[in-house]
Design a protein around this ligand. Sequence first.
Ligand SMILES: [Cu+2]
Length: 146
Amino acid sequence: MRTITTRIMALCTVLAFIGMMAAPLATFAGITPVEIKIRVTEKGFLDEKGKPYNAKNVLRIPNGARVTITFVFSEELTSLAAGDTHQVAVKSDKGVIGETEKIWIMNRQASVTFHAGEQGQTRYRAYCVLDCIGMEHLTNLLIEVV
Ligand SMILES: [Cu+2]
């Protein structure tokens, strides 16, 4: 009888241990990766509906998620900027965490992937690193971890 009790207790201990180990894993895996597309134009960074990102329209990303931001070259063909090239860097308070390839009419999109909130970061910003038409509107895409 005593042996059975001991075995049950041992089993409970093992199960409790597995539970403790599994809980953080489940939480981590439970956060769905986020994919966001952002249009890059001489007028600035726009969301998929064409609405500009600015101080009032901040891009929000969920804490802990693996985030991929795809920057899409979206200059109008009638504009001089159609011949332009952009390249977007993403920066946290600690420095640059990623940079896209160059995007232009023949290579229209490129992505940056990172973990939102890594190392306690609460915000990021993105900007074009090239001298382009409209560069003054491509200096400050605000990204907030929520
Ligand atoms: Cu640019």
